[in-house]
Design a protein around this ligand. Structure first.
Ligand code: HEM
Length: 384
């Protein structure tokens, strides 16, 4: 007979609220303990009490199932649905409509189209401050300018773009609050710029999205998905390079970025809802349960990686285990902006001088995305 979700291991609970308080205040120790207990029990799944049945898995087999069986693992009803910034467009479209929607969007976000924008992106990148600077604040500023260039040829009102994206960085529930007036102003600005592209043409990302059905919403939602993720990845990459200067060279940057994203994946937890009952390794998971996967847990699993807590870009000389490394998700829902993020980050790293750490707080701080607590103070000054 199949076991039930209640039989799964779980991290310690608190009387009265299960795991809700720890989920809100300290989710990384919570999920790390859950994973340890699951491993100790010989399994790859643990349960969380978040007010509805929830399971977290971290094995390659679980990741593969969740990311490829889109009939069972549905996006409708996932965490994205409660954040107005992410609640729409391709992110919340389920199979069978999802694949067709991605087919319309993928070419604009593919390598060939992005390379055509590369020179404009480099020109839009803000200069690196002389002497000491906070890599987190600078990355935030740089990514805003780079996304404005990629999406809108730098024609979007920068203050409005900043005002739109800033709440995403704040702790919950701030990103989940409705902002009809702000979204209306953003949509109006996007519509104004889209009109120019629909009548006169263009080659930026808005020119690709504007003619699509729902293109306005896709623009707004993908910008929200793009900003903090890319900012946090860039800030952590700068911090790691400043601490390991031997890797700060364009030929090493791809491996250094991979290693940064293994240890600090901005998308630290992805969520789905079960569209049907599922028996997983003998455990019956009910329809409607929240099903989570974690690039953070999979990227640090001691059963999958040698010395998982060590920053070692050298490990990328070999292929990682399949479905263990998922900073951009995988399968049909693979991050739409993966090539864009890689291009923006690698070109930015190549433009940075030799760096040295000065101080700050790199502890991972999980919100909607995982970023450093900050600041991350580095200096471009040569080592004395
Ligand atoms: C380093 C930067 C980035 C990281 C780490 C990242 C991470 C992710 C992850 C993990 C997913 C899958 C979520 C899931 O399976 O639940 C995803 C999906 C997505 N990302 Fe990114 N992302 C980044 C940058 C971007 C950028 C620049 C864009 C701009 C277009 C973007 C747009 C999207 C969209 C639209 C989806 C949903 C795709 C779908 O469901 O078909 N992301 N991203």
């Amino acid at each position: 007979m199949a076991l039930s979700l209640r039989d799964l291991p779980e991290p310690p609970t608190r009387p009265g609220n299960g795991h809700l308080q720890d989920w809100a205040l300290a989710p990384l120790p919570l999920i790390e303990t859950g994973a340890e207990r699951a491993r100790a029990a010989g399994g790859d799944l643990f349960r969380l009490r978040l007010g509805l049945p929830a399971v977290v898995g971290f094995s390659p087999a679980w990741n593969r199932a969740l990311l490829t069986d889109l009939g069972t693992f549905r996006s409708a009803g996932s965490f994205s649905g409660v954040v107005p910034y992410l609640s729409g467009g391709v992110i919340l479209t389920d199979a069978p409509g999802h694949a067709g929607r991605r087919q319309l969007m993928n070419p604009g976000f593919g390598r060939a189209h992005l390379l055509a924008l590369q020179a404009r992106l480099c020109a839009a990148r803000p200069g690196v401050p002389a002497g000491e600077f906070d890599a987190l604040a600078w990355a935030d500023h740089a990514v805003l300018a780079l996304l404005n260039a990629a999406y809108f040829s730098s024609e979007f009102d920068p203050e409005l773009l900043h005002a739109f994206l800033a709440p995403l960085r704040r702790p919950f529930p701030v990103p989940a609050l409705p902002r009809p007036r702000l979204f209306w102003r953003v949509d109006r600005e996007v519509r104004r710029l889209a009109h120019a592209r629909l009548t006169r043409g263009g080659d930026d990302l808005l020119s690709v999205l504007a003619p699509l059905p729902g293109g306005l919403e896709e623009t707004r939602v993908s910008l929200a998905a793009a900003h903090d993720t890319t900012t946090h990845a860039l800030a952590y990459a700068i911090w790691h390079l400043a601490g390991h200067p031997q890797w700060h060279a364009p030929e090493h940057h791809p491996a250094a970025l991979k290693e940064t994203l293994r240890l600090h994946p901005p998308g630290w937890m992805g969520s789905r809802r079960l569209g049907r009952e599922l028996i997983w390794n003998g455990v019956r998971l009910p329809r409607g349960a929240l099903a989570l996967y974690s690039p953070y847990l999979s990227g640090r699993d001691p059963g999958l990686w040698a010395q998982p807590q060590t920053f070692d870009p050298g490990r990328w000389a070999h292929k990682p285990p399949a479905w263990a490394y998922l900073p951009f998700g995988g399968g049909e829902r693979l991050c739409l902006g993966m090539h864009l993020a890689q291009l923006l980050i690698l070109d930015t790293l190549a433009a940075l001088p030799p760096l040295r750490r000065v101080g700050g707080d790199p502890a991972p701080h999980p919100g909607l995305t995982l970023g450093p607590r900050g600041p991350l103070v580095v200096t471009g000054a040569p080592t004395p």
